[in-house]
Structures are given as C-alpha cells and as structure tokens.
Design a protein around this ligand. Sequence first.
Ligand SMILES: NC(=O)c1ccc[n+]([C@@H]2O[C@H](COP(=O)([O-])OP(=O)(O)OC[C@H]3O[C@@H](n4cnc5c(N)ncnc54)[C@H](O)[C@@H]3O)[C@@H](O)[C@H]2O)c1
Ligand SMILES: N[C@H](CO)Cc1c[nH]c[nH+]1
Ligand SMILES: [Zn+2]
Length: 423
Amino acid sequence: MRIIEKSAFLTDKNNRSSAYHSQTVRTRVAEIISTVKEQGDSSLFTFTEQFDGVKLNELRVNEQEIAEARDVVGEDFIQALQEARRNITAFHESQKQPSWFMGEQNGVFLGQKITPLDRVGVYVPGGKAAYPSTVLMNVIPARLAGVPKISIVTPPQADGKINPYVLVAAYETGVDHIYKVGGAQAIAALAYGTESIAKVNKIVGPGNTYVAQAKKLVYGDVSIDMIAGPSEICVVADETANPQFAAADLLSQAEHDEAASAICITTSEEQGLTIQNEVNEQMNQLDRHDIIEKSLEKNGRIVVCKSLDEALELVNTIAPEHLQLMIKNPYDHLHMIRNAGAIFLGNYSPEALGDYFAGPNHTLPTNGTAAFASPLGVYDFVKKSSVIHYTENALSTASESIITLAEAEGLTAHANAIRVRKA
Ligand SMILES: NC(=O)c1ccc[n+]([C@@H]2O[C@H](COP(=O)([O-])OP(=O)(O)OC[C@H]3O[C@@H](n4cnc5c(N)ncnc54)[C@H](O)[C@@H]3O)[C@@H](O)[C@H]2O)c1
Ligand SMILES: N[C@H](CO)Cc1c[nH]c[nH+]1
Ligand SMILES: [Zn+2]
C-alpha cells in the first residue's frame, strides 16, 4: 500500500476502479444482454457453463435443496442471522413512508399515494464469496415496503448448488424464487424475462464490474437501485486512530475483490507509516491474501494531508462507499462530510459492523456515485402516485387561470377540457 501526497493522489488516474469505464467490459456485457434477450433460458445455461464452469439442467432452486441447506448450516448461524435480521428490520422500519393527504381546502383535496412495486429481483453476488448478509440487506427492506414477489439470482458454486448460507437466508426472509444464475446474464434475465425467470420492475443488489455494467445498460427498460459495484473503504486517521484497527478495516474491504479499493487518509505521516506496517503484517495472516495483494496494489493508497479540513475535503472528492472517521471528536466533523454512502465514527465502529449487523443497509453507492446516490432502503421499493380531487366550484374558480396557461402553450384542447366543465 503506497504512501503518497494528496496532490499525487488526485493526479493518479489509477486511483479508481478503472474497470468500470472499460469499453471491453461494456461491449462484452452488451453482447451477453442481447443474447439473453434473443435466446432466453438456453443462453443462461451456456453462459453459466462458460463463466461459472457449471453445467445445469434446471435454473430454479427446489424445496429439497433448501431443506438440505438448512441441515448444513449450524444453529449458531441461524441465531446470528436472526439477530442481524432484527437490527436490520428495526432500522428500516423507520424508513417507511405512509401515503399522505392534505386536508380539504376550498374544495381541493391533494395527496400522495405510496404503492409497493409488484415484482423485484435481487442480485446476490457469489463469484469470489457468498453473501447471505446481502440477502438480508436487500430482501428485508423490500418486504417492509410490501413487495409481494421477490426473486433472487445468484451464481451457482462449482458443485452446481447455491451456497447453503445464502439459501437459508433467502428461506428465512421469505424469498419467492431463487435462480442459479449470476453475472450480466442474470441481470438481463430479470430485466427482460426468460422461460423460467419472470421479468421484474426493479433490480437491486451489488455485484462485480460485469453486474454493475449490466445494471447500467438495462436501466430504462427496468428500474435499478444504484451502481453498487466493487467495495470501497476510506479511513480518515489522525493521531488518535488505533493503527492496528485502521489496518484491519482497510484489509476487510480489500478482501472482497481485486477491484475493491482501500484508501487511508491521514494528517500524520508517522501514523501513515505505522498503518502501512500494520497492513503488511496483518495481510500475510489472512486467507484471501492473493485478492488483497492485488486490490491494494491497484487501489490501495495511504494519502498524507496537511490538515483535517484538507483530508475531509478529499473525502468529498472521492465520495467513498464507506467512510470511517477515526479521529478525535468525530461528531464535531460530521457536518463537513457531504459525499459518503455510510459513515462510521470512532475506533469501535468498524465497517464490518455495518456489513452484517448494526442495521443500516450495506448495499451502498460505489465508484464516486455517493455524490448523488443513497444507501438502499425501503424507499427504493415503492413508487408514488399523486392524488388530485377538485369539486365543481373549486374548478370553476381556477378555470380562467388554467385556460390562460393552456392557451399560452397553444394547447387549445387542454383549454377546452376546462371550458366544457365551466358552469
Ligand atoms: N456495494 C455493495 O453493497 C457490495 C456488497 C457485497 C459485495 N459487493 C461487491 O460485489 C462484488 C462481488 O463480485 P464477485 O465476483 O464475487 O461475484 P458476482 O456474483 O458479482 O460476479 C460473479 C459473476 O461474474 C460473471 N463473470 C466473471 N468473470 C466474467 C467474465 N470474464 N466475463 C463475463 N462475466 C464474468 C460470472 O457470470 C459470475 O457468475 C465484489 O466486487 C464485492 O466487492 C458489493
Ligand atoms: N462490504 C460489502 C459492501 O461493500 C458488504 C459485505 C457483505 N459481506 C461482507 N461485506
Ligand atoms: Zn464487506
């Protein structure tokens, strides 16, 4: 993990996951999408064999497989899952928005009706790791919003089965259908439908570069939540940060993917060097050492800034998925953060706590999109309709103004629709 100055960081073109912008990935993903559109299920079998190395006869997971999975996962897992589920549910309950209606005034009645989406597809990543936590984070808010039909797509393991922990999380949250397909082909299947997979109104959930790119390309034909791609962490560490903790947190995100990014911003070069040593020491003891090494080489940086103000401004420029403020009095500086998916405060709020357990969603905007996007929430699974009611008298009072506006636009049929109602 290299130590560099802020100016060097800002001019380094490789400091972001460049795969997002790769024309090769975009072209490949566009080809996959149009093949699935044309050939349906048969192309899903072919792509699954090609990318996941698995020959399948059936895409849908059956009840027998779910029952087997329940026998494999231990009781400890079920209990931890249920504890996390309670926290995630409690947090997301607060996001529910009811329909609202303004009181009647002079014969005018207005409101906003909230309706859950009919059908949602959740992408659960499964290439380099399996994510039962992602099942919870995506399905719980959808259920709280009242979505009646929820399907999951996720790549199969080498044995052709779905990871048992993912299956149990899907069962526990009441998912309707689970399909063994991942990558861009799974996104295309949810967007356009195939013989086995029903088209959905919205696709949510994180994934690798192929998944993120596919979501971008199908957007418009179907809704999407956001671009939640390879994981990112940004740790701001002053001299009060525990360097062992900071290093562990940086490594925790680097282990997701070679395209993940881990950036430490510090106001003290000495602290930066200590964290760098910690990263190197801890890295060697971790299972996913190979992935971590590649991701840190590509997107791992320790950036030295002259002041905390400068460090926090750099955070806003990066707009990271996860931000950890390991600084003295973090609450005093919270107002300076404009762009970050989730903000963790102090030495004892590691990002891994948010990944699994605290309650806020872990599906978060990546690759700078935290500058305009928000965490996944209940609000992503509903749509709003405006409700308008005028009495005859109320319309009559407003009619001259409406006719004037319609005629100014040259739309005489609009003006006429008001005039015919005039007493
Ligand atoms: N932002 C979030 O909220 C969040 C949460 C969890 C995970 N993540 C991220 O999700 C990602 C998961 O990635 P993953 O790879 O483990 O699983 P994945 O399921 O996203 O991707 C695996 C699929 O990618 C496709 N693929 C792989 N190589 C391909 C190629 N050369 N051409 C075409 N398709 C190809 C295959 O179809 C495979 O099934 C990681 O980057 C992780 O950081 C993000
Ligand atoms: N850190 C990931 C989001 O970028 C979410 C996750 C799930 N499991 C572990 N981590
Ligand atoms: Zn994580």
